[in-house]
Design a protein around this ligand. Sequence first.
Ligand code: UDP
Length: 245
Amino acid sequence: MTTPEKLYEGKAKIVYKTDDPEILLTFYKDDATAFNAQKRGTIVGKGQINCTISRHLFQLLESQGIPTHLIDTPSPNEMRVRRVTIVPIEVIVRNIAAGSLCKQTGVPLGTLIKPALVEYCYKNDALGDPLLTRDRLFLLNLATPEQLEEIRTLSLQINQVLSEFFNQCGITLVDFKLEFGITSDQQLVLADEISPDTCRLWDQSQTDPNQRVMDKDRFRQDLGNVESAYQRVLERVLSGIQAQS
Ligand code: UDP
């Protein structure tokens, strides 16, 4: 077998071509970055953990009628996905105030947000992924009004499914980031990953604000025990999936 051709290397994943032009192979790395790649490090085992968590969450969403780019996972840190054109919008869904929302608006950390807030950022590292207004999004032709409506509806459905699932795992889904792609037959599907790198997850059995953090904030804020927190998320997700079947 020939070495697969690298199409793109991002901060957390490498994307390879396959023999089928409609299928790509993504390799999940242990590399971690934060603050627009100003902070760099390694989270040992992260690639396998995030790939496995993403696979199970994508399968859960598929079972609830949400289309995703997942095909299968040939190894613990490799995912075969449908080739899509990524919509250059990062969709952030928030159930509890944290991170940039608190920084930019002064809303206190931990404030319950109901109904959930859906925000759009421009997926552009050079510009630091700025928050978009609806009009700016259309000015930049990032999506059509119909696509944006579909993205919003899907994002809220995803939030419903994931919040309920994580709750059953004893984890609060605080907020998360989604990316969508368009297939060659023009279908809008959920792409990228859903993992402790892209979600804020709080352990419901912990009350201490630092102890409860099970996601990339442990790395961002140097809280320690990053690997074990990711591992605990994986274990809870696997038990949650098992309990459902
Ligand atoms: N997020 C992400 N990638 C980004 C920016 C944010 O996965 O480039 C996730 C982040 O992990 C969190 C949510 O989106 O779960 C909301 O992030 P926020 O806007 O609060 O930004 P941050 O505080 O992480 O800079």
